[in-house]
Design a protein around this ligand. Sequence first.
Ligand SMILES: NC(=O)c1ccc[n+]([C@@H]2O[C@H](COP(=O)([O-])OP(=O)(O)OC[C@H]3O[C@@H](n4cnc5c(N)ncnc54)[C@H](OP(=O)(O)O)[C@@H]3O)[C@@H](O)[C@H]2O)c1
Length: 225
Amino acid sequence: MQGLLVVGGSRGIGKAIIQKSLNTRAIHNLSRNPVDIEGVQHHSLDVLQDALPSVEDINSLVYCPGSINLKPISSLKVEDFRQDLEINLIGAVKAIKHYHKGLKKAENASIVLFSTVAVAQGMPFHASVAAAKAAIEGLTKSLAAEFAPKIRVNCIAPTITNTPLAAGILRSEEAIEKVKLRHPTKDILSAEEVAALACYLMSPEAKGITGQIFHIDGGLSTLKI
Ligand SMILES: NC(=O)c1ccc[n+]([C@@H]2O[C@H](COP(=O)([O-])OP(=O)(O)OC[C@H]3O[C@@H](n4cnc5c(N)ncnc54)[C@H](OP(=O)(O)O)[C@@H]3O)[C@@H](O)[C@H]2O)c1
């Protein structure tokens, strides 16, 4: 059974990916807090500060840590941009560099990264996170080319999704209704919906897909209705 390594599986989309993969894959999770799911090999660490562990026999890597730091540019410090780049991009680069050799030896190896709808669709107050996630989209395409044909690399760009990261935005029934109405599909994404796309991208059925950015955003980045 080839293994899945999730960076950031203690909650949100990463945890939903683990739940969907439980019975079919050996799973390793790296995060600061443990994941409360039996059968997962958990490694407690901060991906930016700590050395990453050796993990045998994985063919999939998913990097989930990210940020939603929404402020006008006048309130954003240069340091905010640095921190967003660190957690969104540099942590992913560190994990990919560390596990690249092992992935290269595996069958149907793949990497899934996360962007945001705010790269394809300009949105006020998203300068810092959009810049960091645009870097992830560039990384996705570059590495997909560099790693072909051994490791597929894809990226998911969700709109606001009901996870702890978005709790500040989805803080009331009224706020949730407003978010729903902004989307052509008039709904809010769940962690499970985004996780289902990630699991598909890692599966053998997706062996023809690499270097792509998947917009799971209720039509927000492409439709005007
Ligand atoms: N939710 C949304 O609305 C939304 C929208 C667009 C894009 N995205 C992107 O989708 C991805 C997943 O989002 P999410 O909502 O599932 O996020 P989340 O709920 O904040 O979960 C993030 C995971 O990353 C881990 N993590 C964070 N910092 C870490 C660090 N320094 N070292 C190790 N682990 C760390 C967290 O665990 P610990 O705290 O235990 O370390 C947690 O397991 C992110 O890249 C996010 O930017 C999300």
